[in-house]
Design a protein. Structure first.
Length: 177
């Protein structure tokens, strides 16, 4: 038997027949986003992010979700198929608690979408609105977040955010201004 076949059989014996793990962030991705925020345990930003995620956890299939904070000066939140979420320092410094919860709920919506085959921004917003409502937060927080991002981010995101605003207004029954 060729050595490669023996190695493959030995590998299966060691790990069983479990599926390969879903991809997560690379070290390069984390580095490009400023690296992990280095705070002492219990420091304000990381603790705040975890506490807000914990308010959402009872209402979603997200017990295995992990959260990290990257030291990025750009506002952003990211979800990876392995269940890892990242928020940026700038997001936590510039948004209030309800807006941060909306951002986290949106990212959790992406994870839900990857399990159900539709990880679009609109699907993540819709799933996030449902999660916010189940958590006792007005779903309109998602619309407030999108409008805030429209006002504070560059033109490169304006079209996508405008489409998301319109879809959220329709979903929530809020007419456009």
């Amino acid at each position: 038997m060729p050595a490669r076949v023996l190695l493959a059989i030995a590998s299966l014996a060691l790990v069983g027949c479990a599926a390969l793990p879903a991809p997560g962030p690379s070290r390069g991705w984390i580095y490009r986003h400023g690296g992990l925020l280095e705070e002492a345990p219990g420091a304000p930003l990381a603790s705040r992010a975890e506490a807000l995620l914990d308010r959402l956890r009872p209402h979603c299939d997200c017990e295995a979700v992990t959260l990290g904070v990257v030291d990025d000066e750009r506002v952003g939140a990211y979800a990876f198929p392995n269940g890892t979420l990242f928020v940026t320092r700038a997001l936590l410094e510039s948004l209030d608690d309800v807006q941060v919860m909306a951002a986290l709920a949106h990212e959790l919506g992406h994870l839900d979408g990857t399990r159900h085959g539709n990880p679009s921004e609109h699907r993540a917003d819709a799933s996030g609105c449902d999660l916010l409502e189940q958590s006792g937060v007005a779903p309109s927080a998602m619309l407030d977040l999108v409008m805030h991002l429209q006002e504070t981010t560059g033109r490169e995101y304006a079209d996508g955010l405008s489409r998301r605003e319109l879809a959220l207004r329709e979903r929530l029954g809020h007419p456009a201004h």
